[in-house]
Design a protein around this ligand. Structure first.
Ligand code: NAD
Length: 488
């Protein structure tokens, strides 16, 4: 199988002819050879997007919306195919691709399809005699760079609001998981998207990603990925003062109080870290347990972790698949040594599964580590794997200090039956999102994003529409008496 870049409504080879194999993380076999975009391809895509922009941005908003609604229908019609493709390329268990990734992707295009003609400016009550109103105008050509952990969903989170608001898009999926984004390119064309409005260019981060971040005709860059790359993007964007939106890493605190429903908290905390093999920016990767319930909680939590069915993502019974690459697995396993070096205790997992049928894949067992201090590296750094760091606390203030004791601030959760405590924590947690008696809920209407080193800007909801538009203030003299400024 060979896949090409999607530029100006057509699939084309990279100008350089370069390709990269994309691998199945289950056994590291090659799924397809994929064209890798370079600077010239980015230039061509930006030129096509700029040509498409005047007509697209002036099209009736409802008509833009209708194309996105059609796309949502097409995604649902191809749900099984897309779920399988996502599972093959990323390692997501098929049960999750089917029930989460694909429906959430369709829901996102549908939400913003409906939003296109409902997002509006305002009339401001200014001084007598003047009418003042605001226009919400699209930015122009926007660049978008997404990572490998949720390629189908993340491309929708970025492209849907940008397009609904009237922008044209140059999207760069991660080089190791480009297939679902290219499948969406095909459906875009089928949904009636005009040529050039959407361009999808798999390519290396340092080449194609960097070219998008630097491009003088790109008005904004929206990025999801590591904090280190986020910093590079900010620097690269300085040339033309691009608007920048960053959704970076996290080290989510998941706090379990001694009055919590332990059964619900154990199930939810396992999901918080082991869903998608822990490769999620909002993962509940720090498990904070009240001292009084820590032993009982851990016994039951570890038993659950050990029972999680790790296996081929395409097997319907699989609950946890492989990590995205062997290189990433080595990085995650490296944190087991880092934990031990700092006096941490490995309670479960930390190894490659013994099952010979998984021997060629990127698998790792669900891993539970108890850290000595919340300052240890495993309690501070984003591991991005099925690796949870357990810490204990004595009281609410202690819990809050630990929860807020990292530079990240993306998502966090808490489990309690005490309403006052729940709302106090929701207010005090340094975090863009807080889940109470739940974890990892997302919805296209609910703002998603972080504080601190987790980035800035919000995806989803009305906030996303604001991120992809700029405000123009228009003043009209209706019947104002203007003073004679220069009486002569
Ligand atoms: P990364 O940030 O390097 O890659 C994410 C995306 O950025 C990819 O599409 C990549 O091609 C692109 N990119 C890389 N360098 C670029 C550059 N100079 N300019 C523009 N784009 C560039 O992430 P990674 O190396 O794949 O993963 C490393 C770590 O990042 C992970 O272990 C994890 O901690 C974190 N991460 C976070 C998220 C998230 O959802 N927040 C997603 C993926 C990775």
């Amino acid at each position: 199988m060979r896949h090409q870049l999607f530029i100006d409504g057509r699939f084309v080879d990279a100008a350089s002819g370069e390709t990269l194999p994309t691998l199945n993380p289950h056994d590291n076999s090659t799924l397809a050879e994929v064209a890798m975009a370079g600077r010239e391809d980015v230039d061509r895509a930006v030129a096509a997007a700029a040509r498409a922009f005047p007509a697209w941005s002036r099209m009736a908003a409802a008509d833009r919306g209708r194309i996105l609604l059609k796309l949502a229908d097409l995604i649902e019609a191809k749900a099984d195919e897309l779920a399988r493709l996502e599972s093959l390329d990323t390692g997501h268990p098929l049960r999750d691709s089917r029930t989460l990734d694909v429906p959430r992707t369709a829901a996102c295009y549908r939400y913003f399809g409906g939003m296109a003609d409902k997002f509006q400016g305002e009339t401001i009550p200014v001084e007598a005699g003047f009418l003042n109103y605001t226009l919400r105008e699209p930015l122009g050509v926007v660049g978008q760079v997404v990572p490998w952990n949720f390629p189908l969903m993340f491309t929708s989170w970025k492209m849907a609001p940008a397009l609904a608001a009237g922008n044209c898009v140059v999207m760069k999926p991660a080089e190791i998981t480009p297939l679902s984004a290219l499948a969406i390119a095909e459906l875009m064309a089928e949904a009636g998207m005009p040529d050039g409005v959407v361009n999808i260019l798999p390519g290396l981060g340092a080449v194609a990603g960097q070219a998008v971040a630097e491009h003088p005709q790109i008005a904004k860059i929206a990025f999801t990925g590591s904090t280190a790359t986020g910093r590079r993007i900010v620097q690269a964007s300085a040339g033309n003062l691009k608007k920048v939106q960053l959704e970076l890493g996290g080290k989510g605190a998941n706090v379990v109080f001694d009055d919590a429903d332990l059964g619900a908290a154990i199930n939810g905390s396992a999901w918080a870290i082991f869903h998608n093999q822990g490769q999620a920016c909002i993962a509940g990767s720090r498990l904070l347990l009240h001292e009084r319930i820590a032993d009982e909680f851990l016994d039951r939590f570890v038993a659950l972790a050990r029972s999680i069915r790790v296996g081929n993502p395409l097997d319907a019974a699989t609950e946890m698949g492989p990590l995205t690459s062997l290189q990433h697995r080595e990085r995650v396993l490296g944190y087991v040594d880092i934990a031990r070096e700092q006096g941490g205790e490995l309670i479960a997992g930390g190894r490659v599964p013994a099952d010979a049928s998984l021997g060629r894949g990127c698998y790792i067992e669900p891993t539970v580590v108890r850290a000595k201090s919340f300052r240890d590296r495993v309690a501070q750094e984003e591991v991005f794997g099925p690796f949870v760091t357990v810490l204990t606390f004595a009281d609410d203030d202690d819990a809050l200090a630990i929860a807020n004791g990292t530079d990240y601030g993306l998502g966090g959760g808490l489990w309690t039956r005490d309403l006052r405590r729940a709302h106090r924590f929701a207010r005090e947690m340094a975090s863009g999102m807080v889940w109470i008696n739940s974890y990892k809920r997302v919805n296209p209407g609910s703002p998603f994003g972080g504080v601190g080193q987790s980035g800035y800007g919000r995806e989803m909801g009305f906030d996303a529409m604001r991120e992809y538009t700029q405000v123009k203030s228009v003043w009209v003299n209706v019947d104002a008496q203007i003073p004679a400024w220069y009486p002569r």
